[in-house]
Design a protein around this ligand. Structure first.
Ligand code: NDP
Length: 334
């Protein structure tokens, strides 16, 4: 079985020399342990933070040990009464083809969905979109919804949840291929290629008008900056903004210059609220039930970019930083 280790703390962009692929023989699982063969692992931008030796809400990756990340796999041997060979299990033990772990590190998943869905719309990206729209933004009938980074892992699911609940949705993403994906696969009502628009506010006004609306009622925020400024400008009174992320701000070295129109929070009585998905795990059973129902009805597309084999795991990770990927970035290991 092969696994990817962190060899040294990267400086700036990661390079191949920061990592090592290590092959090792797995012993039979000890008492209380389970052996798992991973079928899929996912990569996300937050993993870059764990490569640094800094204090955060989650400990850094250890050196000369496999990195961690969400994975879905199949039990191949069990020395614990709670698991049997063939069980489908979720773990945070990605970046390896197979492993032994205590039963407590595993969560069983049923086969109602394709296995990789548990890393996508039925996993944390799904819960992030679900909690943001339904709890933070308190989506209600008739709301017009605007989603930024709409072709991404979280954004693509937010668009589909809102569509499935009968809302008009406008999405924004960078480039013609992503905009075609928004229209053709996610079936949004309006789409903006923000990289091709001189004014995002004018582009959003045009899309709002095209769907026969006055403004937006809910903004699912992934980007910040001029996206937030445009959303404030086009917001209806009593709009709700769920602040999921502000990726355009993460690498800024100077103070941001937009939004310039924050006063609209008051004049339009907008409620803007940030949140972290992990605080909303209580919604998981309800989220899973909805996702299974939408999947069965053919109304939840698996938006994903797939790399094949553990040898491609680092390429998958690097792809996140070039914006080349659509939906959730995953590596097929099984
Ligand atoms: P995505 O799959 O959406 O990937 C990030 C996307 O952001 C890129 O594909 C790119 O799309 C877009 N992007 C990057 N830089 C910019 C920029 N300067 N301006 C506009 N768009 C940009 O990643 P995730 O789905 O994992 O994350 C989406 C957001 O959700 C992030 O802000 C993340 O921090 C946040 N998040 C928050 C969580 C929470 O609990 N609050 C949990 C998980 C994620 P494009 O090509 O269209 O520019």
């Amino acid at each position: 079985s092969r696994e990817i280790h962190l060899k040294r703390r990267p400086a700036g962009d990661t390079v191949p020399e920061d990592f090592a692929t290590v092959a090792r023989e797995l012993p039979p699982p000890a008492a209380g342990e389970v052996q798992v063969r991973n079928l899929w692992m996912a990569v996300d931008p937050a993993m870059r933070g764990r490569m640094n030796d800094v204090r955060s809400y989650i400990p850094p990756f250890a050196l000369d040990a496999p990195m961690e990340g969400p994975a879905i796999g199949e039990v191949t041997a069990s020395n614990d009464p709670g698991f049997a060979p063939g069980d489908l299990v979720f773990s945070r033990l990605g970046w390896r083809e197979a492993f032994n772990a205590p039963a407590s590190a595993l969560q069983r998943r049923d086969r109602a969905l394709p296995p990789q869905a548990y890393l996508c719309y039925a996993g944390m990206p799904g819960l992030t979109a679900y909690a943001g729209l339904l709890r933070i933004a308190a989506l209600k009938p008739g709301d017009v919804v605007f989603v930024s980074a709409a072709s991404g892992a979280v954004g693509s699911i937010a668009c589909q949840i809102a569509r499935n609940k009968g809302h008009k949705v406008i999405g924004s993403a960078g480039g013609p291929e992503k905009v075609a994906f928004l229209r053709d696969v996610l079936k949004v009502d309006g789409a903006i290629d923000y990289k091709a628009e001189p004014s995002l506010t004018k582009a959003l006004a045009r899309e709002v008008k095209a769907i026969g609306a006055e403004g937006i009622d809910v903004y699912f925020e992934n980007v910040g900056g001029d996206h937030l400024q445009a959303a404030l400008s086009l917001a209806n009174d009593f709009a709700r903004f769920a602040i999921c992320g502000m990726i355009s701000q993460y690498n800024l070295t100077e103070a941001p210059v937009v939004p310039r129109n924050l006063t609209m929070l008051m004049t339009k009585r907008i409620r803007m609220e940030g949140y972290i998905a992990l605080d909303h795990m209580d919604l998981e059973p309800q989220m899973l039930a909805d996702m299974v129902a939408w999947h069965d009805a053919g109304r939840m597309a698996q938006a994903e970019t797939v790399y094949e084999g553990i040898d491609k795991a680092l390429d998958a990770f690097w792809g996140l930083f070039t914006g080349a990927n659509i939906g959730r970035t995953m590596v097929k290991l099984g």
